[in-house]
Design a protein around this ligand. Structure first.
Ligand SMILES: [Cu+2]
Length: 420
Protein backbone atom coordinates (compact mmCIF):
# COMPACT_ATOMS: atom_id res chain seq x y z
CA UNK A 1 0.00 0.00 0.00
CA UNK A 2 2.66 2.39 1.14
CA UNK A 3 4.86 1.37 -1.81
CA UNK A 4 2.03 2.05 -4.28
CA UNK A 5 1.46 5.45 -2.78
CA UNK A 6 5.11 6.41 -3.25
CA UNK A 7 5.10 5.01 -6.78
CA UNK A 8 2.02 7.04 -7.67
CA UNK A 9 3.52 10.18 -6.24
CA UNK A 10 6.77 9.70 -8.16
CA UNK A 11 4.97 9.12 -11.43
CA UNK A 12 2.92 12.30 -10.91
CA UNK A 13 6.03 14.23 -10.07
CA UNK A 14 7.65 13.00 -13.27
CA UNK A 15 4.65 14.06 -15.36
CA UNK A 16 4.74 17.48 -13.73
CA UNK A 17 8.46 17.84 -14.36
CA UNK A 18 8.07 16.87 -18.01
CA UNK A 19 5.27 19.39 -18.35
CA UNK A 20 7.39 22.17 -16.83
CA UNK A 21 10.34 21.24 -19.05
CA UNK A 22 8.13 21.34 -22.13
CA UNK A 23 7.25 24.95 -21.30
CA UNK A 24 10.89 26.05 -21.36
CA UNK A 25 11.98 26.80 -24.92
CA UNK A 26 15.13 24.91 -25.87
CA UNK A 27 16.91 28.01 -27.13
CA UNK A 28 16.57 29.63 -23.71
CA UNK A 29 18.11 26.60 -22.07
CA UNK A 30 21.09 26.66 -24.38
CA UNK A 31 21.73 30.40 -24.31
CA UNK A 32 24.13 31.48 -21.62
CA UNK A 33 23.01 34.81 -20.35
CA UNK A 34 23.88 37.37 -23.02
CA UNK A 35 20.21 38.34 -23.16
CA UNK A 36 20.15 39.10 -19.46
CA UNK A 37 22.26 42.22 -19.92
CA UNK A 38 20.46 45.52 -19.64
CA UNK A 39 19.47 46.97 -23.03
CA UNK A 40 21.25 50.30 -22.38
CA UNK A 41 24.43 48.28 -22.00
CA UNK A 42 23.86 46.48 -25.28
CA UNK A 43 22.52 49.31 -27.41
CA UNK A 44 24.68 52.22 -26.31
CA UNK A 45 28.19 50.94 -25.62
CA UNK A 46 30.12 48.84 -28.16
CA UNK A 47 28.36 48.07 -31.45
CA UNK A 48 29.93 45.09 -33.16
CA UNK A 49 29.73 44.87 -36.94
CA UNK A 50 31.26 42.88 -39.81
CA UNK A 51 31.85 40.03 -37.37
CA UNK A 52 32.89 36.85 -39.13
CA UNK A 53 33.72 33.34 -37.99
CA UNK A 54 35.74 31.39 -40.57
CA UNK A 55 34.45 27.97 -39.41
CA UNK A 56 31.39 26.60 -37.70
CA UNK A 57 32.81 23.14 -37.05
CA UNK A 58 36.28 22.29 -35.79
CA UNK A 59 37.98 19.28 -34.29
CA UNK A 60 39.70 19.31 -30.92
CA UNK A 61 43.07 21.10 -31.49
CA UNK A 62 41.82 22.73 -34.71
CA UNK A 63 41.88 26.51 -34.95
CA UNK A 64 39.22 28.97 -36.08
CA UNK A 65 39.31 32.73 -36.43
CA UNK A 66 36.88 35.44 -35.40
CA UNK A 67 37.33 38.84 -37.01
CA UNK A 68 35.28 41.98 -36.88
CA UNK A 69 34.98 45.54 -35.76
CA UNK A 70 33.26 47.51 -33.09
CA UNK A 71 32.33 51.16 -32.71
CA UNK A 72 32.35 52.71 -29.28
CA UNK A 73 29.23 54.83 -29.07
CA UNK A 74 29.55 58.53 -28.48
CA UNK A 75 26.40 58.51 -26.37
CA UNK A 76 27.97 56.16 -23.81
CA UNK A 77 25.54 55.67 -20.88
CA UNK A 78 26.36 57.48 -17.64
CA UNK A 79 25.83 54.30 -15.64
CA UNK A 80 28.59 52.44 -17.48
CA UNK A 81 32.29 52.98 -16.82
CA UNK A 82 34.13 54.51 -19.76
CA UNK A 83 36.35 52.15 -21.78
CA UNK A 84 39.48 53.29 -19.97
CA UNK A 85 40.78 49.77 -19.49
CA UNK A 86 39.53 47.05 -21.80
CA UNK A 87 40.40 43.49 -22.63
CA UNK A 88 39.57 41.78 -25.90
CA UNK A 89 38.71 38.11 -25.89
CA UNK A 90 36.06 35.58 -26.82
CA UNK A 91 33.19 34.44 -24.67
CA UNK A 92 32.48 30.72 -24.33
CA UNK A 93 30.49 28.68 -21.83
CA UNK A 94 33.47 27.58 -19.74
CA UNK A 95 37.00 26.69 -20.91
CA UNK A 96 35.79 24.83 -23.99
CA UNK A 97 38.02 26.72 -26.42
CA UNK A 98 41.55 28.11 -26.10
CA UNK A 99 42.66 31.55 -27.19
CA UNK A 100 45.79 31.07 -29.26
CA UNK A 101 46.26 34.60 -30.58
CA UNK A 102 44.38 37.87 -30.27
CA UNK A 103 44.83 41.27 -31.84
CA UNK A 104 43.26 44.69 -31.55
CA UNK A 105 44.00 46.92 -34.54
CA UNK A 106 46.78 44.49 -35.45
CA UNK A 107 48.52 44.80 -32.06
CA UNK A 108 48.80 41.61 -29.95
CA UNK A 109 46.08 41.77 -27.31
CA UNK A 110 47.65 39.63 -24.60
CA UNK A 111 47.22 42.47 -22.15
CA UNK A 112 44.58 45.07 -21.47
CA UNK A 113 44.41 48.27 -23.49
CA UNK A 114 43.88 51.69 -22.00
CA UNK A 115 42.05 54.84 -23.02
CA UNK A 116 39.94 53.76 -25.96
CA UNK A 117 38.15 56.64 -27.65
CA UNK A 118 34.41 57.03 -27.89
CA UNK A 119 32.97 57.47 -31.36
CA UNK A 120 35.81 55.52 -32.96
CA UNK A 121 36.19 52.08 -34.50
CA UNK A 122 38.47 49.21 -33.55
CA UNK A 123 39.23 46.01 -35.39
CA UNK A 124 39.88 42.69 -33.71
CA UNK A 125 41.11 39.25 -34.67
CA UNK A 126 40.90 36.23 -32.40
CA UNK A 127 42.43 32.86 -33.22
CA UNK A 128 40.76 30.20 -31.11
CA UNK A 129 41.23 26.45 -30.82
CA UNK A 130 38.77 23.66 -30.00
CA UNK A 131 39.35 22.08 -26.59
CA UNK A 132 36.23 20.36 -25.27
CA UNK A 133 33.86 18.60 -27.72
CA UNK A 134 30.31 19.91 -27.90
CA UNK A 135 28.17 22.59 -29.46
CA UNK A 136 29.23 25.92 -28.00
CA UNK A 137 27.87 29.45 -28.42
CA UNK A 138 30.90 31.66 -28.95
CA UNK A 139 30.98 35.47 -28.98
CA UNK A 140 33.72 38.04 -29.41
CA UNK A 141 33.85 39.98 -26.15
CA UNK A 142 35.16 43.31 -25.00
CA UNK A 143 35.55 43.47 -21.23
CA UNK A 144 35.41 46.97 -19.80
CA UNK A 145 36.86 47.49 -16.34
CA UNK A 146 34.11 48.61 -14.00
CA UNK A 147 31.30 47.59 -16.36
CA UNK A 148 31.84 43.98 -17.32
CA UNK A 149 31.69 42.14 -20.62
CA UNK A 150 30.14 43.56 -23.79
CA UNK A 151 29.53 40.75 -26.21
CA UNK A 152 29.31 40.70 -29.98
CA UNK A 153 27.12 38.35 -32.02
CA UNK A 154 27.24 34.71 -30.98
CA UNK A 155 27.66 31.76 -33.31
CA UNK A 156 27.33 28.05 -32.59
CA UNK A 157 30.65 26.29 -33.04
CA UNK A 158 30.66 22.54 -33.04
CA UNK A 159 33.81 21.00 -31.59
CA UNK A 160 34.22 17.34 -32.49
CA UNK A 161 36.66 14.66 -31.38
CA UNK A 162 37.87 13.71 -27.94
CA UNK A 163 39.04 15.91 -25.08
CA UNK A 164 41.80 13.39 -24.37
CA UNK A 165 43.48 14.37 -27.66
CA UNK A 166 43.77 18.03 -26.68
CA UNK A 167 47.32 19.37 -26.83
CA UNK A 168 48.68 22.85 -26.38
CA UNK A 169 52.38 22.78 -27.14
CA UNK A 170 54.49 25.79 -26.24
CA UNK A 171 58.15 26.57 -26.78
CA UNK A 172 59.52 28.78 -24.02
CA UNK A 173 62.01 31.63 -24.50
CA UNK A 174 64.80 29.35 -23.28
CA UNK A 175 63.98 26.77 -25.93
CA UNK A 176 62.29 24.27 -23.66
CA UNK A 177 59.28 22.58 -25.24
CA UNK A 178 56.23 22.19 -23.05
CA UNK A 179 54.26 19.37 -24.61
CA UNK A 180 50.92 20.20 -23.12
CA UNK A 181 50.24 23.46 -21.35
CA UNK A 182 46.92 22.02 -20.20
CA UNK A 183 48.62 19.69 -17.71
CA UNK A 184 52.01 21.40 -17.36
CA UNK A 185 53.09 21.82 -13.73
CA UNK A 186 49.82 20.48 -12.33
CA UNK A 187 51.44 17.49 -10.59
CA UNK A 188 54.10 19.73 -9.09
CA UNK A 189 51.47 22.15 -7.77
CA UNK A 190 49.50 19.24 -6.29
CA UNK A 191 52.73 17.91 -4.74
CA UNK A 192 53.29 21.23 -2.97
CA UNK A 193 49.69 21.22 -1.76
CA UNK A 194 50.31 17.73 -0.34
CA UNK A 195 53.48 18.85 1.50
CA UNK A 196 51.70 21.76 3.20
CA UNK A 197 48.54 19.76 3.95
CA UNK A 198 50.61 17.01 5.63
CA UNK A 199 52.51 19.55 7.75
CA UNK A 200 49.31 21.39 8.71
CA UNK A 201 47.51 18.14 9.51
CA UNK A 202 50.43 17.04 11.70
CA UNK A 203 50.42 20.32 13.65
CA UNK A 204 46.65 20.16 14.14
CA UNK A 205 46.68 16.49 15.19
CA UNK A 206 49.61 17.17 17.56
CA UNK A 207 47.35 19.46 19.63
CA UNK A 208 44.04 17.68 19.03
CA UNK A 209 45.11 14.33 20.56
CA UNK A 210 45.46 16.00 23.96
CA UNK A 211 42.67 17.13 26.34
CA UNK A 212 41.17 20.15 24.67
CA UNK A 213 39.21 23.22 25.69
CA UNK A 214 37.54 22.52 29.06
CA UNK A 215 40.48 20.78 30.82
CA UNK A 216 42.85 23.49 29.58
CA UNK A 217 40.45 26.19 30.75
CA UNK A 218 40.31 24.61 34.21
CA UNK A 219 44.12 24.48 34.34
CA UNK A 220 44.21 28.13 33.33
CA UNK A 221 41.70 29.02 36.08
CA UNK A 222 43.87 27.31 38.65
CA UNK A 223 46.77 29.50 37.69
CA UNK A 224 48.89 26.63 36.29
CA UNK A 225 49.70 28.00 32.86
CA UNK A 226 53.06 26.29 33.08
CA UNK A 227 51.30 22.96 32.50
CA UNK A 228 49.74 24.02 29.19
CA UNK A 229 52.85 24.06 27.00
CA UNK A 230 55.44 21.41 27.82
CA UNK A 231 59.07 21.35 26.84
CA UNK A 232 58.26 18.74 24.19
CA UNK A 233 55.57 21.03 22.68
CA UNK A 234 58.11 23.81 22.45
CA UNK A 235 60.68 21.55 20.84
CA UNK A 236 58.19 20.24 18.25
CA UNK A 237 57.02 23.82 17.52
CA UNK A 238 60.55 25.07 16.95
CA UNK A 239 61.32 21.97 14.86
CA UNK A 240 58.30 22.52 12.67
CA UNK A 241 59.16 26.20 12.26
CA UNK A 242 62.63 25.24 11.05
CA UNK A 243 61.15 22.67 8.62
CA UNK A 244 58.66 25.22 7.19
CA UNK A 245 61.29 27.91 6.71
CA UNK A 246 63.70 25.31 5.30
CA UNK A 247 61.15 24.05 2.76
CA UNK A 248 60.20 27.61 1.74
CA UNK A 249 63.75 28.82 1.15
CA UNK A 250 64.89 25.45 -0.18
CA UNK A 251 62.00 25.41 -2.67
CA UNK A 252 62.79 28.96 -3.74
CA UNK A 253 66.50 28.19 -4.23
CA UNK A 254 65.66 25.03 -6.15
CA UNK A 255 63.21 26.84 -8.45
CA UNK A 256 65.72 29.64 -9.03
CA UNK A 257 68.41 27.11 -10.00
CA UNK A 258 66.09 25.03 -12.18
CA UNK A 259 64.50 28.06 -13.92
CA UNK A 260 67.01 30.93 -13.98
CA UNK A 261 64.91 33.01 -16.40
CA UNK A 262 61.44 33.77 -15.16
CA UNK A 263 59.13 36.33 -16.73
CA UNK A 264 56.44 37.53 -14.33
CA UNK A 265 52.82 37.79 -15.42
CA UNK A 266 52.44 40.99 -17.41
CA UNK A 267 50.17 43.43 -15.66
CA UNK A 268 50.59 46.73 -17.53
CA UNK A 269 48.25 48.07 -20.18
CA UNK A 270 48.96 48.99 -23.79
CA UNK A 271 47.91 52.19 -25.50
CA UNK A 272 46.22 51.85 -28.83
CA UNK A 273 45.15 54.21 -31.58
CA UNK A 274 41.69 53.80 -33.06
CA UNK A 275 41.26 52.98 -36.75
CA UNK A 276 41.62 56.03 -39.01
CA UNK A 277 38.40 57.99 -39.04
CA UNK A 278 36.39 57.32 -42.17
CA UNK A 279 35.07 60.38 -43.92
CA UNK A 280 31.45 60.74 -42.92
CA UNK A 281 29.25 62.97 -44.98
CA UNK A 282 26.06 62.27 -43.11
CA UNK A 283 24.45 64.29 -40.35
CA UNK A 284 21.60 62.65 -38.48
CA UNK A 285 19.15 64.34 -36.17
CA UNK A 286 16.61 62.14 -34.46
CA UNK A 287 13.26 63.94 -34.37
CA UNK A 288 11.24 61.28 -32.64
CA UNK A 289 11.69 57.66 -31.69
CA UNK A 290 9.08 55.27 -30.38
CA UNK A 291 8.91 51.64 -29.52
CA UNK A 292 5.58 50.11 -30.43
CA UNK A 293 5.07 47.46 -27.76
CA UNK A 294 2.26 45.39 -29.33
CA UNK A 295 3.81 45.71 -32.82
CA UNK A 296 7.34 44.91 -31.62
CA UNK A 297 8.68 47.68 -33.76
CA UNK A 298 11.09 50.53 -33.29
CA UNK A 299 10.21 53.62 -35.32
CA UNK A 300 12.77 56.34 -35.73
CA UNK A 301 11.94 59.64 -37.38
CA UNK A 302 15.19 61.31 -38.35
CA UNK A 303 16.40 64.28 -40.36
CA UNK A 304 19.24 63.00 -42.49
CA UNK A 305 21.54 65.37 -44.35
CA UNK A 306 23.84 64.11 -47.05
CA UNK A 307 26.84 66.45 -47.11
CA UNK A 308 28.71 64.38 -49.66
CA UNK A 309 28.75 64.33 -53.42
CA UNK A 310 27.20 60.89 -53.95
CA UNK A 311 23.57 59.92 -53.36
CA UNK A 312 23.20 57.67 -50.34
CA UNK A 313 20.93 54.71 -49.65
CA UNK A 314 20.08 53.74 -46.10
CA UNK A 315 21.51 50.22 -45.95
CA UNK A 316 21.25 48.91 -42.44
CA UNK A 317 20.33 49.72 -38.87
CA UNK A 318 22.15 47.69 -36.28
CA UNK A 319 21.99 47.70 -32.52
CA UNK A 320 22.83 45.17 -29.80
CA UNK A 321 23.89 42.71 -32.53
CA UNK A 322 20.42 42.82 -34.15
CA UNK A 323 20.60 43.70 -37.83
CA UNK A 324 17.84 45.31 -39.86
CA UNK A 325 18.84 45.47 -43.51
CA UNK A 326 17.03 47.52 -46.13
CA UNK A 327 16.67 44.89 -48.83
CA UNK A 328 16.07 47.52 -51.54
CA UNK A 329 19.40 49.25 -51.02
CA UNK A 330 22.27 48.43 -53.38
CA UNK A 331 24.75 46.23 -51.56
CA UNK A 332 22.06 44.72 -49.34
CA UNK A 333 22.81 41.14 -50.32
CA UNK A 334 26.54 41.71 -49.83
CA UNK A 335 25.78 43.23 -46.42
CA UNK A 336 23.79 40.14 -45.49
CA UNK A 337 26.84 38.00 -46.20
CA UNK A 338 29.24 40.31 -44.46
CA UNK A 339 28.21 39.66 -40.90
CA UNK A 340 28.37 36.45 -38.94
CA UNK A 341 25.72 33.85 -39.85
CA UNK A 342 23.72 34.54 -36.73
CA UNK A 343 20.03 34.26 -36.13
CA UNK A 344 19.89 37.93 -35.21
CA UNK A 345 19.37 39.27 -38.73
CA UNK A 346 15.75 40.43 -38.78
CA UNK A 347 13.82 38.66 -41.50
CA UNK A 348 11.56 41.61 -42.17
CA UNK A 349 14.53 43.92 -42.63
CA UNK A 350 14.34 47.67 -42.38
CA UNK A 351 11.36 49.55 -43.77
CA UNK A 352 11.71 53.17 -44.89
CA UNK A 353 9.04 55.80 -45.39
CA UNK A 354 10.94 56.96 -48.47
CA UNK A 355 13.13 54.44 -50.28
CA UNK A 356 14.70 56.91 -52.70
CA UNK A 357 18.39 57.61 -52.12
CA UNK A 358 19.20 60.85 -50.34
CA UNK A 359 20.74 63.12 -52.96
CA UNK A 360 23.93 65.09 -52.43
CA UNK A 361 23.35 68.08 -50.13
CA UNK A 362 19.75 67.07 -49.53
CA UNK A 363 18.14 66.98 -46.11
CA UNK A 364 15.26 64.60 -45.75
CA UNK A 365 13.04 63.47 -42.93
CA UNK A 366 12.77 59.69 -43.06
CA UNK A 367 10.95 57.26 -40.82
CA UNK A 368 12.78 54.00 -40.30
CA UNK A 369 10.86 51.04 -39.01
CA UNK A 370 12.71 48.09 -37.53
CA UNK A 371 10.05 45.60 -36.65
CA UNK A 372 10.71 42.06 -35.60
CA UNK A 373 9.97 39.61 -32.84
CA UNK A 374 13.72 39.63 -32.16
CA UNK A 375 13.27 42.70 -29.93
CA UNK A 376 11.28 40.45 -27.65
CA UNK A 377 13.40 37.33 -28.07
CA UNK A 378 16.60 39.18 -27.35
CA UNK A 379 14.92 40.82 -24.32
CA UNK A 380 15.64 44.28 -25.60
CA UNK A 381 12.26 45.79 -24.81
CA UNK A 382 13.03 46.18 -21.14
CA UNK A 383 14.68 49.50 -22.04
CA UNK A 384 11.15 50.76 -21.53
CA UNK A 385 11.59 50.35 -17.80
CA UNK A 386 15.06 51.89 -17.67
CA UNK A 387 15.52 55.17 -15.86
CA UNK A 388 17.48 56.32 -18.89
CA UNK A 389 15.12 55.46 -21.75
CA UNK A 390 17.36 56.02 -24.71
CA UNK A 391 18.27 53.93 -27.70
CA UNK A 392 21.40 53.81 -29.78
CA UNK A 393 22.65 52.07 -32.86
CA UNK A 394 24.58 52.39 -36.07
CA UNK A 395 23.12 53.43 -39.39
CA UNK A 396 24.92 52.21 -42.51
CA UNK A 397 24.65 54.01 -45.83
CA UNK A 398 25.74 52.78 -49.22
CA UNK A 399 26.75 54.92 -52.19
CA UNK A 400 26.59 53.87 -55.87
CA UNK A 401 30.41 53.70 -55.93
CA UNK A 402 30.16 50.91 -53.35
CA UNK A 403 31.40 53.00 -50.46
CA UNK A 404 29.82 52.46 -47.09
CA UNK A 405 29.33 55.10 -44.44
CA UNK A 406 28.65 54.39 -40.81
CA UNK A 407 26.96 56.87 -38.52
CA UNK A 408 25.84 56.71 -34.97
CA UNK A 409 22.15 57.24 -34.32
CA UNK A 410 20.44 57.53 -30.99
CA UNK A 411 18.32 59.55 -28.63
CA UNK A 412 15.42 59.33 -26.21
CA UNK A 413 12.76 56.77 -27.01
CA UNK A 414 9.12 56.56 -25.93
CA UNK A 415 7.09 53.39 -25.66
CA UNK A 416 3.62 53.27 -27.16
CA UNK A 417 1.30 50.67 -25.73
CA UNK A 418 -1.53 50.94 -28.23
CA UNK A 419 -1.43 50.43 -31.95
CA UNK A 420 -1.39 53.86 -33.58
CU1 LIG B 1 25.72 33.05 -26.54
Amino acid sequence: MMFNCVKNFLSRLRTLLLFVLALVPIAEVMAHGERAQEPYLRTRTAQFYDVQFDRSKVEVNEEFTITGRFRLMQDWPDAVSLPETVYMSAYAPGPVITRVESYLNGIPARQSFSDLQLGRDYEFKLVMKGRVPGNHHIHPMLSVKGSGPLVGPGVWIEVTGSKADYRQEVKTMTGEVVENLDTYGVSRALGWYAVWIVLAAFWLAFWLVRPLLIPRWIVLNKGREDLLVSGRDLAVGIGLGIVVIGITFGGYAYAKKEYPYVVPLQAGTNKIDPLPELPSHVAIKVVNATYDVPGRAMRIQAKITNNGTEPLHILEFTTANLRFINKQAPGASAAMLKGAPTDTVARGGLTLSDARPIAASETREVTLEASDVLWELERLVSFLTDVDSKFGGLLFFSAPNGQRQISEIGGPILPTFIQL
